[in-house]
Design a protein around this ligand. Sequence first.
Ligand SMILES: Nc1nc2c(ncn2[C@@H]2O[C@H](COP(=O)(O)OP(=O)(O)OP(=O)(O)O)[C@@H](O)[C@H]2O)c(=O)[nH]1
Ligand SMILES: [Zn+2]
Length: 381
Amino acid sequence: MPLSRVRLSDIAAAHRGTGGIAVDRATADFRRGEPLVVRDGDRAVLALAVEALSDERLARFVRLAGSSPSLAMTSRRASLLGLGSDGPGVVRVSLSGTPVAQRLRDLADPLSAPAIAPTVVAVTAARPLDADSAAVALAKIARLLPAAVTATIGLIDSRQVEDWARLEGLLIVEAAAILDYPVDTARRLAKVGEARVPLAGAENTRIIAFRPSDGGLEHIAIVIGTPDPSEPILARIHSECFTGDLLASLRCDCGDQLRGAIREIAQRGAGVLLYLAQEGRGIGLVNKLRAYQLQDEGFDTVDANLQLGFDADERIYVPAAEMLRQIGFDRVRLMTNNPLKVEALGHCGIAVVERVAHIFPSNDHNENYLRTKAVKSGHML
Ligand SMILES: Nc1nc2c(ncn2[C@@H]2O[C@H](COP(=O)(O)OP(=O)(O)OP(=O)(O)O)[C@@H](O)[C@H]2O)c(=O)[nH]1
Ligand SMILES: [Zn+2]
């Protein structure tokens, strides 16, 4: 139905106050290539993940919005395309003419070879808390390329937007709910499963699963031995690495670090390994594989992330801190070489009383990766 024919109605604001639930649904919609409405205060935009674009979806988007879309992307990615300067945040790129799905994808994806570059008319910085910034944040939460097509919805009041969205079957989600979501859901972890699981070399082990309030992937605490609650706990914080942990990939040092930590904690008597569902430094497995492809083209592990439009490291340590508190500890002896982990835990209220080095020999495939972590990310190797 065209916007001009939408009438005001008495329907209650069905989407108000749904917070995290709306974000969960929005994540699924984004992954399926459904457009949705992101609202910040008085402004509302229609948004659709670039990764899920097709010409049909783009045509529907333009029909719904009644205008040509802009491209919301991170300043990092835009600056690599020569569109503005590097920095945190998001920019809105306006293009001339009717955009073609593949051209938009070319701008967002460093692995897609642009045949014809679209003509850029303007690049505007998005405000940190506005709907365009939130649309890009939603793409990150959905583990997609961090970019979205967006168009301001030209309806004057929010009731009109709600009626229109309802008629078109579009979800409405508040920008603030998206932006708060990663930390909010990590703060509310529920213990959902616990069992004794003897491990090779660490037979006295319990595994405790914690589920975030969004119903997302569980984080796992692997408690080895019986840590003394009156002392700081020996702890390893390990971010999920499907390729290294499960498949023994030689591109990284994760497999060695995982098994090495279990061995060392058992040898020292007791401690915990916190296994965080933050694959690929928080960008997800698919984007990590893209980053690997870029590394095969010559970028290092940090620059590959930036090329994709991500920060070098997108992880948060709120879930680690929360699990530590729930198992009864707020002081740790942390097994890591990464100064960011030490700093981040401190910000989350966990005192790192000692850093324990956690270094393993390199191989022919991960030597550059480890060197880059030392040179660019300050890893103490
Ligand atoms: N984006 C990206 N992630 C990677 C790459 N190589 C490994 N990873 C991910 O990096 C994470 C490694 O995490 P950790 O071992 O916890 O951490 P770290 O930052 O190396 O710090 P340490 O505590 O010193 O080991 C895992 O989530 C891996 O999947 C890469 O080239 N790109
Ligand atoms: Zn790894």
